[in-house]
Design a protein around this ligand. Sequence first.
Ligand code: PLP
Length: 418
Amino acid sequence: MTAIDKAALHESGALDVAAIRCDFPILELDVNGRRLVFLDNAASSQMPRQVMDRILRYQTSEHANIHRAVHYLSEKATAEYEAARHKAKVFLNAREEREIIFTSGTTDGINLVAHGFGRKFLGEGDEIILTTLEHHSNIVPWQMVAQEKGAKLRVVPIDDRGELMLDEYRKLFTDRTKLVAMTHVSNALGTINPVKDMIAAAHAHGVPVLVDGAQAAPHMPVDVQDLDCDFYAFSGHKVCGPTGIGVLYGKAALLEKMQPFKGGGDMILSVTFEKTTYNTIPHKFEAGTPPIMPAIALGAAIDYITGVGIDAIASHETDLLSYATERVNAMSGVRIIGTAERKAAVLSFAVEGVHPHDVGTLLNEEGVAIRTGHHCAQPVMQHFKVPATCRASFAFYNTHDEVDALVEAIKKVQKVFT
Ligand SMILES: Cc1ncc(COP(=O)(O)O)c(C=O)c1O
């Protein structure tokens, strides 16, 4: 019986983390003679047995190409692929399945909008608003399309806590603003942006909004109807699913007006050498054989996370983050970077006199996996005038003991360098 079968909650309503951890075989690994302490979840989270079992079931009894044949396996695989789309629709509270496009990840989803929306609707002198907190995935595609179209990027600044300066945001709108693209949660600092208010402000100017949800979807309930965002992208591998799959939500009316990003099979209704008629949404944006198994596995990951309870996940991680913040704040010679009032699951820090890469390497010797570097968010590093940070990022299967292990390992680093 698995943790989820047993309902992974204590009677108090708190997560039964010990039971949950039984679902994640990788957490049993020893690394350098120590039990693995995996605190690199913002880069990619781990996969529970239930998702692995689903992959095995698909590969052993359901696999065939979809949408193309009338035989048993093709119909089965098609039904399971479309069932996964339904799960993603419910997970995001989208209105309709056709608003859910399977992509290869957040980056792919953003590129789809940059090409499908940007190349069609942007012109010379138009403006796109981004924020300083963006991951490179939500900067570079816009730079590429802006260069091609002669459009300009306008950037919302942050303050020294790592919060967006909302008064500056409101001042950036002009009659040339065509889109806002912003992250829900900063991967480098953990800042939770007030996206709902920011979307309302953009809509007051008639401007659509894309939200990069890569760091939000794993940690908090997301309701695209309540947010009223026009696009929302997230990655499967950050919500306990496999790599190579992601979801782009888009409002149907906008998706219908956009041009396809990729051409090929499945995205067409008819083709002659003179003219192609495109398929209806979402298929218009899913050219070629899609990632069938990863999509079905993502559906299983969504089932798993929903089974644990996204509210319970959010509350456990908030508790872990505040415990970690308190413990790290109490250390001398360690500075937390990013102290926004509302944060999710990320603790970025610097150890005085030690390069982040050395911190990461020495922590690895203690079995503690964190990430060091610019986290694909160089504008954030530039704001804080650091080349890199150390980043511990939490998931619902992490424990207070693992936070203690992190703190003890940092103390060892400090000893080595004194
Ligand atoms: C905020 C944010 N956006 C986008 C991405 C890119 O996600 P992917 O590499 O899965 O496409 C990441 C990955 O770390 C991220 O944290």
